[in-house]
Design a protein around this ligand. Sequence first.
Ligand code: ADP
Ligand code: MG
Length: 250
Amino acid sequence: MKRILAIASGKGGVGKTWTSVSLSHALARLNRRVLLVDCDVGLANVDVQLGLRPSVDLQHAYLGNVAFSQVVKPLDSLGFDVVSGRAEANYLHGLDASIVTWMLGELDHIASAYDFVILDLPTGLELGIRELMLRADYPIIVTTGEPTAMTDAYALIKAMRRTNKLRVPGLICNFAEHEQTGFETLAGLVRVCERFLDVKPNQLGVIRRDRRVPEAISRQTALLECYPRSDAARDISAMAKTFLTWKAGR
Ligand SMILES: Nc1ncnc2c1ncn2[C@@H]1O[C@H](COP(=O)(O)OP(=O)(O)O)[C@@H](O)[C@H]1O
Ligand SMILES: [Mg+2]
């Protein structure tokens, strides 16, 4: 069973955290057991988007103050579990090698209790991010149609491709004006990856730009709860269904 999905982007602000939260929620609504881990240590946002007030987080577990299982919190109203990246204490900044090794060990123990473990990664190309992407079963990259986001998504894939350990990644286009333009963005990125990197990413789907997304975040509630019929809610729900049958490969 392939279960660890890591969500990265290269560029910031493309919607990694929102996609991670909403995909977790959509999969939970399909009766899948989901754990969402906020790996953006130091700049964590999952708790903020959902209005959580975690008393303990990933950092407490890493520092040995509590067991990892104690930082796994069930969100009863949403139907999935979450590990927050930041509580009131903020000791760590970024994903260094020792955190990544520790986290992979902990996930190894706990992942079998879930159908999907979703890692919301920090922005950038740093080593810890690439390592988690390389070790995940489904490395997923979020882009938008902007050339900057596409360039950074390509740079991330290129950096990982050098290692020969990259599994076939999945691509998501967020902030699309229309479904069709989003798929054109993805097709363009797939073409350059095939041509220059000899890898053909899977097109996981397109999420349309939707003013309901920032509205839901401002209210610190999940979009699928407050605007289930919005464009972005429909898009993420449709995408979640594609994960039920997807097989990761090298
Ligand atoms: N499909 C969308 N339509 C409109 N706004 C969006 C969409 N996806 C994300 N956003 C907005 O973009 C902002 C950045 O998203 P976030 O998930 O924090 O990005 P990242 O984790 O990649 O930095 C959010 O605050 C949200 O308001
Ligand atoms: Mg984020």
